[in-house]
Ligand binder design. Structure first.
Ligand SMILES: [Ca+2]
Ligand SMILES: [Ca+2]
Length: 90
């Protein structure tokens, strides 16, 4: 048996190797899990990389990808993209 700390270190190394072996493209874009959401953005709002682009964490009707592209807060249902102008607003 190996200890918890050693096991975590081995796991971290394995993850690093996996990331490196999947190509530098993901590194260049800062999207190591390749889901279209920047790692820094996912970490900022969710603290991990577990969110999906089509998820709606805050239930405001806009997907995480839409909130990412609009620069709104995906964890705040009061912060959402401004809908595009359409004929109803004339
Ligand atoms: Ca949302
Ligand atoms: Ca939101």
């Amino acid at each position: 048996m190996i200890g918890g700390t050693t096991r975590r270190t081995v796991l971290a190394l394995a993850v690093m190797l996996a990331v490196l072996s999947t190509g530098s493209c993901a590194f260049a874009t800062g999207d190591s899990d390749g889901d279209g959401l920047l790692d820094s953005w996912e970490l900022q709002f969710f603290g991990d990389l577990g969110q999906e682009t089509d998820g709606d964490f805050d239930g405001d009707g806009f997907t995480n990808l839409e909130e990412f592209e609009a620069g709104t807060d995906p964890t705040d249902s009061m912060s959402k993209p401004i809908p595009p102008l359409n004929g109803n607003l004339h």
